[in-house]
Design a protein around this ligand. Structure first.
Ligand SMILES: Cc1cc2nc3c(=O)[nH]c(=O)nc-3n(C[C@H](O)[C@H](O)[C@H](O)COP(=O)(O)OP(=O)(O)OC[C@H]3O[C@@H](n4cnc5c(N)ncnc54)[C@H](O)[C@@H]3O)c2cc1C
Length: 418
């Protein structure tokens, strides 16, 4: 097996670097750390404008002729520069789900708008009492007669055709609360998992809706997390949406969720945490001196620890390449995504712990304090250490991913009751 990149891919990496040089402002990475908002609207507009968001999508839904490998190389390059695009990650997960399960009319209404950068979609699955057990959602959606306004589901111009013909009838009124609705502070829509039938087993009474954040009765409040990221609680008090905002069949939300979760775990794009630590730590260790004047990197134990980090980063990269390869073959990476997510999140937690050991007392200074004292790398290690902690929670907690791998790949008995 040859893990070296093809010449084509290397050429795309050069082009992606040039694109980022021309389009990515150096201050954006620090701005994301400072604000906790892992999405930069100006960058999103540039990615859309240059057709990068549309790479690999069918032309009939607004796909562009930008090469998918180039687009991937651009997102890798953003990650290397410490710039995240979480809003695009969640939006593309939902758009992929729409492509798989929605009506033709909905695909034409939503996907081109997504690829033009006009729609940003947050995930409204988790609730105060249901995270891992996401099917226990209590937020309700009740069908009511249409109020006759025919309000389009678009909000920002998307899906605003007012067209019918989806078998649509009536409206839905949504009531409840979602937790950790990341990037909702910028989103045009939330993909809301709601209970439409309380009288059947929990997995059988769920439905998904694309709710415009401009809707009356919708509210969003920030939640500050340990990792520095600001996510949100979102509230739905009598939010009314037309039936064509429903994605998938009534009470068939669990099969829609199965598709959506595969995309969440299987196609999660690179993040800056997963590929920069060995490089940054080695650079610091080569420059930093021990009291006896030798470079920190000259200590064999330190060099070995950094080497192990580099190996794990490489394993993660290869697992990500495998996902890309499966996607190119048109396959849904059912288990491979969970394997990659479990591997990289658990290893980076160990890595950042190692990093703080290697850096010593200065390593735990926060960015502001570190800048003042000249501590290593302006405090970014301390920030990334905290950010690594929450990675084993979102997108499926480690215990849940272990269960999925154990049951579906290793054939072990089911450990949870439905
Ligand atoms: C930074 C951040 C961003 C997030 N963004 C989003 C988002 O955009 N949209 C969204 O909908 N959600 C989001 N989430 C929510 C996330 O998906 C949930 O936090 C996660 O699913 C865990 O749910 P919980 O917090 O309710 O914990 P719980 O499900 O209560 O889990 C608590 C602990 O119990 C363990 N556990 C639970 N069930 C089992 C079991 N059956 N077997 C063994 N162990 C178990 C878990 O692994 C965990 O260690 C985000 C969370 C964070 C921290």
């Amino acid at each position: 097996m040859d893990f070296w990149e093809s010449d084509d891919l290397a050429a795309h990496r050069d082009a992606a670097r040039a694109w980022a040089d021309a389009n990515v402002r150096p201050e954006w990475a620090a701005e994301q750390v400072r604000t906790g908002c892992h999405q930069t609207p100006e960058l999103h507009a540039r990615l859309a404008g240059d057709g990068i968001l549309g790479a690999g999508w069918p032309p009939e839904y607004g796909g562009t002729d930008v090469d998918l490998d180039f687009a991937r190389a651009v997102f890798d390059e953003l990650a290397r520069r410490g710039v995240e695009a979480d809003g695009w990650s969640t939006t593309s997960m939902v758009a992929h789900t729409i492509l798989q399960v929605a009506t033709e009319e909905q695909k034409h209404a939503y996907i081109p708008a997504v690829l033009r950068g006009e729609m940003l979609i947050a995930l409204g699955y988790s609730e105060p009492d249901s995270g891992s057990d996401v099917a226990a959602a209590k937020t309700t959606a009740v069908r009511v007669p249409s109020d006759g306004t025919g309000a389009p589901p678009g909000g920002t111009g998307a899906g605003g055709t007012g067209a019918s013909g989806t078998g649509a009838s009536g409206d839905w009124v949504i009531n409840g609360q979602k937790m950790f609705t990341s990037t909702a502070q910028l989103a045009s829509h939330v993909f809301v998992l709601a209970r439409t039938n309380p009288d059947v087993p929990k997995h059988k009474g769920l439905t998904l809706f694309l709710v415009p954040t401009a809707s009356e009765g919708y509210a969003c409040q920030p939640i500050y997390t340990l990792g520095g990221q600001v996510t949100n609680a979102t509230f739905y008090a009598g939010v009314r949406v037309p039936d064509r905002a429903r994605i998938g069949g009534v009470d068939e939300g669990w099969s829609v969720m199965k598709v959506a979760l595969v995309y969440e775990r299987g196609f999660g794009s690179s993040t800056s945490l997963e590929q920069t630590l060995a490089r940054d730590l080695a650079a610091w260790a080569r420059a930093a001196r021990r009291p006896n004047g030798t470079a920190v990197f000259d200590d064999p134990l330190t060099a070995e620890r950094i080497g192990r980090i580099a190996v794990d980063e490489e394993v993660t990269r290869v697992m990500s390449l495998r996902l890309g390869w499966l996607a190119q073959r048109g396959e849904l990476p059912q288990i491979e995504g969970s394997m990659r997510k479990l591997f990289w999140t658990e290893t980076i937690q160990r890595h950042y712990s190692d990093a703080l050991d290697i850096l010593g007392a200065d390593g735990v200074l926060a960015p502001g304090a570190a800048a003042a004292s000249g501590a290593p790398a302006g405090g970014e290690f301390e920030h990334d250490f905290r950010a690594a902690v929450v990675t084993t929670v979102y997108g499926g907690a480690s215990e849940i991913l272990r269960e999925i791998i154990a049951e579906r790949r290793l054939g072990l008995p089911r450990s949870r009751r439905a």
